[in-house]
Design a protein around this ligand. Structure first.
Ligand SMILES: NC(=O)CCC(=O)C(=O)O
Length: 303
């Protein structure tokens, strides 16, 4: 595995996107406008802009196959955006290029041309608009809390089989999507592979949001002494799924640096490597682990 880049200060912007409707072209147009707004609306242009989970379609298992797009990205192989079948990839690539920022394009339903399976997929673009990484949600959101919420992504989705991160000129950034946060092994493995920040586009709900949204992000940040962020859609009580909102960035000491309310909003945070260094030198758990006592865990961390 290549060495992680030297961690340098940078600005992160989260778009808590609203107005996600049944009309995909309108969703793409609105997301594009908000990316341009996020790039222009701060004292310093952000270095990374993030969209939420499922930003181009309503969130629900019946919708995924209908909105799914073929992407056809192969890690390590050049990808020609101009020849892409995906309208969402084309929009995100051109917005990244136009703004000259890294863009973590939330997630969209993706259909794999080879096996026809549908995935919940995050795509990432560099400031030249090149598609450089993807992450297919590994852990599908299948829950049943009687009288509260029942949801079964596995009705129509297949789980991804890889962990993913990408390198910028200022940090290594690990990817997950929403329910992936409940599985600490994924975040731990990303951190052990040198990620400084973990970004999970997400959409918690009005039952699990108040219980676990902040708790899980602070836990993953403190466990691993990394920055952690989840970016949610804005809450829309007329939609079939009521997103929690509260997009957030947490520092490596577990402090919430910024938090949205429920409506559409753009949040900016300065990511400071010194906080990560201070956390790791003051509470040196990263060098005190006892993999001799829990060898099963270290097995999973081998390259
Ligand atoms: N979109 C999701 O994966 C939702 C996850 C969630 O709400 C949770 O409680 O976990």
């Amino acid at each position: 595995m290549s060495r992680a880049p030297v961690f340098k200060p940078f600005t992160l912007a989260l778009i808590q996107l609203g107005n996600i409707s049944a009309e995909k072209s309108a969703n793409l147009q609105h997301a594009r406008e908000m990316i341009l707004k996020a790039a222009a609306g701060h004292t310093k242009k952000p270095d990374v802009i993030v969209l939420p989970e499922c930003f181009n379609s309503p969130y629900g298992h019946v919708h995924f196959p209908v909105y799914a797009e073929k992407i056809g990205f192969m890690p390590g192989k050049p990808y020609d955006v101009a020849k892409s079948d995906s309208a969402s990839v084309k929009m995100l690539s051109s917005a990244a290029k136009e703004t000259g920022t890294w863009l973590i394009g939330g997630s969209i339903p993706e259909r794999d041309a080879a096996n026809d399976h549908v995935y919940n997929t995050c795509t990432v673009y560099n400031p030249k608009g090149e598609l450089v990484a993807t992450h297919r949600k590994v852990h599908l959101f299948d829950i049943d809390i009687p009288g509260k919420i029942q949801f079964k992504e596995s009705e129509t989705l297949t789980g991804g089989t890889t962990m993913n991160f990408f390198d910028t000129e200022f940090a290594r950034i690990g990817l997950g999507i929403c329910y992936d946060i409940r599985f600490p092994e994924l975040a731990m493995t990303s951190a052990r592979k040198g990620c400084h920040l973990l970004v999970y586009p997400a959409a918690f709900n009005l039952t699990t949001g108040p219980l676990h949204w902040e708790l899980l992000q602070r836990a993953r940040a403190v466990d691993n002494q990394v920055y952690f962020s989840m970016c949610s859609p804005a809450r829309d009580m007329s939609a079939g799924y009521h997103a929690w909102g509260h997009s957030m960035v947490v520092d490596p000491l577990g402090k919430v640096l910024v938090e949205a309310s429920e409506g559409e909003n753009i949040l900016y945070t300065e990511i400071d490597p010194q906080t990560l260094e201070d956390a790791r030198s003051g509470i040196p758990v990263t060098t005190q682990r006892r993999f001799d006592v829990y060898p099963d865990v270290s097995e999973g961390l081998k390259e």
